[in-house]
Design a protein around this ligand. Structure first.
Ligand code: AMP
Length: 114
């Protein structure tokens, strides 16, 4: 997707603060952090949102979630806890149309969110 900012980040065309990457997924720090740790976890392949997940493209979701415990341990918030968020579509507050999960940690997070 030529006009997708997260595809450009995944391709290395736009700089980002990368925490982890492999063939299928990329983890980088959010530009506008909402917590002391605020990571974005994305599939490298373009999937617009959770609403476009299918049996053909959903393997990467397991890969993303399997990576989370290792990230939590490496960054030191595994014991304190964290929150994983996906915003889907306009009412969900999604502003970037490339599927991503927010991983927030480092402070006590309120529920429900605003
Ligand atoms: P959402 O509102 O769920 O679509 O989340 C999009 C997130 O992407 C927001 O938290 C933005 O701060 C973040 N964001 C947008 N552009 C960049 C960028 N170039 N690098 C890092 N994070 C970004």
């Amino acid at each position: 997707m030529m006009d997708c900012i997260f595809c450009k980040i995944a391709a290395g065309e736009i700089p980002s603060d990368i925490v982890y990457q492999d063939e299928d997924l990329l983890v980088f720090r959010d530009l506008n952090p909402q917590a002391p740790v605020h990571l974005l976890l994305i599939p490298k392949a373009h999937i617009p949102s959770a609403n476009q997940l299918t049996t053909e493209n959903s393997d990467v979701i397991a890969k993303i979630f399997e990576r989370i415990p290792a990230l939590a341990e490496e960054l030191g918030f595994d014991k304190a806890g964290y929150r994983i968020v996906n915003n889907c579509g306009e009412d969900g507050g999604q502003t970037v149309s490339h599927l991503h999960f927010h991983l927030l940690a480092g402070r006590s997070l309120q529920w429900p969110p605003g």
